[in-house]
Design a protein around this ligand. Sequence first.
Ligand SMILES: [Zn+2]
Length: 344
Amino acid sequence: MIYKFVNFPIIIEVGNNILSEFEKVVHQNNLHFENPIIISGKTSGDIIKKYEFAEKYEHYVFEEGTIEEISALRRKIVEGRYDLIIACGGGRVIDIGKYLAMDILIPVLSVPTLLSSDAIASPISILRVNNTYRSIGTTMPVGVVVEMSIIKNSPKKYILSGLGDLLSNVSASYDWVLASRERGEKMDNFSRMLAHFPAMNILNSCENYSSIIDEKFLEDLAYGLILSGIAMNIAHSSRPASGSEHNISHALDRLLGFGSVLHGLQAGFATILTTFLQGQKKEHEKILELYDKFGFPTKLNEIGIDEVTFFEALKMAPKIRERYTILNKYDVNKIINVANKLYL
Ligand SMILES: [Zn+2]
């Protein structure tokens, strides 16, 4: 018999007032530590400070998150013999936490204050090195604790970004099947389903969500992003959650500079086009319906990307990395034509 051994987070907690009972929750889940360190950004640091556990533990607040600052923090963690990193913040802080955890060989607990991407549980970090951004394979968080009262009060654009990053799995899943069928690429159906189903769940539940801060919606979003991260870990690749729509997002990063438009907004925006090209008509329409309901940008002027840059990104996208997708099947002029109709 052949089995696959995979790492899962031992803690997945999503709900209200979890952080008020942080130590109880963590110990109940059998995560024991003696000398933890919290790392956060400035805004997330102010949010976390209100909780009792944060007063007790060492707390490092990032200034810029440069590679020099990360190196200095690495020395501090090693010399201070810290045995757990509690990364509180958005994707940037959690990415640094995962990177340091891998490098120092200690666990990292992810405590997102924003649900802006699947970085909250993925084994991949985007780090800024010498003014460019690099994607690095890192470590899976030992746990993910999502305090719903913090997420509910977070700026809407970050929630929309998380939604876009999750729904992009609908397009990524199709591309993986396509690459498997047409290029013989190895496909792991379990991880593909793990990323695809929560995205479909959100699409199929559209009518039940009253607003973008509907508790059930945020819960579905949080679990969906966590499952996406786990799916990437099982697949040993970002494939389950990153296909043609992420190719377009990566091309935009190159043209606009990383972070100038939120990652999930870019990926979710490109998903409108890729699901259309893929012939996923029902999914494409449902995505537009949900975007309309929540105010997700569906036109170029709404997302704030000019037409020339976006079309240039569409030209770059099929070759931006070795990943066969729907974009490789169409002539670029045809893709631009379709984009013209959808986004202008
Ligand atoms: Zn993504």
